[in-house]
Design a protein around this ligand. Structure first.
Ligand SMILES: O=P(O)(O)OC[C@@H](O)[C@H]1O[C@@H](OP(=O)(O)O)[C@@H](O)[C@@H](O)[C@@H]1O
Ligand SMILES: [Mg+2]
Ligand SMILES: [Zn+2]
Length: 177
C-alpha cells in the first residue's frame, strides 16, 4: 500500500507558538487540503501523527482536538478525498510517554494499524523532532518549509532528509513520479 504520514501543525495547517487551541484557529495551509485529496484519489493512504501537548497543558480539550480533525476530514472529503488514521500524543514533554515525537511511537501505531513496515515510508514534518522520529524507525524524513520548517532548516538534519517547499509540492512529486 502507498502510505504517507504527515505531521499536522505547520504541515497541514498553520502553526502558532501560542498553540492551535480551537477549530477557528485551525487554518489550512494553502494547497494542503487539495494535496491530501489528490494523494488520496491517487491511491495514497494519508495518515497523521501529531504532538498535542496543549491537551496536557490545559489549553484545549480532547473534544476540541476531535473537532479540528473532523474539520480536516470534512474539508478533504469536499475535495473527494479522505484522511486515514490520525494519531496524537496528548502528553506533556515531562510525562515520559512513548508517543511524543521525537519518539516514534505514533509512527509505530500507524504501521501496526495498517499492518505494514515503516521502512522507507515518507514522514513529512516541519520540526526536527518529526525528522528524528522518522529516522528512528527507518522512515524517510521529509522536511517542509512551512510552519517551523524554515527554522528547522538551520539545524543539523538527519542524513538523507528530503526538503520540499510545502505539502502541495510533495503531492506533485508523489503523484507524478
Ligand atoms: O507539529 P505537531 O506535532 O502537529 O504539533 C505541534 C503542536 O502540538 C505544538 O507543539 C508545541 O511544542 P511543545 O509540545 O510545547 O514542545 C509548540 O511547538 C507549538 O507551537 C505547536 O503548536
Ligand atoms: Mg509540526
Ligand atoms: Zn504521548
Amino acid at each position: 500500500m502507498k502510505l504517507l504520514i504527515l505531521d499536522r501543525d505547520g504541515v497541514i495547517n498553520h502553526d502558532s507558538d501560542a498553540y492551535i487551541k480551537s477549530v477557528e484557529e485551525w487554518l489550512p495551509i494553502p494547497g494542503s487540503i487539495e494535496a491530501i485529496a489528490q494523494l488520496s484519489k491517487a491511491g495514497w493512504t494519508v495518515a497523521v501523527a501529531t504532538n498535542q501537548s496543549g491537551i496536557a497543558r490545559g489549553y484545549y480539550e480532547l473534544a476540541v482536538l476531535d473537532a479540528m480533525h473532523q474539520r480536516l476530514r470534512d474539508l478533504v472529503a469536499e475535495q473527494g478525498g479522505e484522511v486515514g488514521l490520525i494519531v496524537y500524543c496528548p502528553h506533556g514533554p515531562d510525562e515520559g510517554c512513548d508517543c511524543r515525537k521525537p519518539k516514534p511511537g505514533m509512527l509505530k501505531t500507524i504501521a501496526a494499524h495498517y499492518g505494514i513496515a515503516l521502512s522507507g515510508v515518507w514522514f513529512v514534518g516541519d520540526s526536527l523532532g518529526d525528522l528524528e522520529a522518522a529516522k528512528a524507525v527507518d522512515c524517510q524524513p521529509v522536511l517542509v518549509k512551512t510552519g517551523k520548517g524554515e527554522k528547522t532548516l538551520g539545524k543539523t538534519l538527519p542524513v538523507g532528509t528530503l526538503i520540499f517547499d510545502d505539502l502541495a509540492a510533495i503531492a506533485a512529486e508523489l503523484i507524478h513520479n
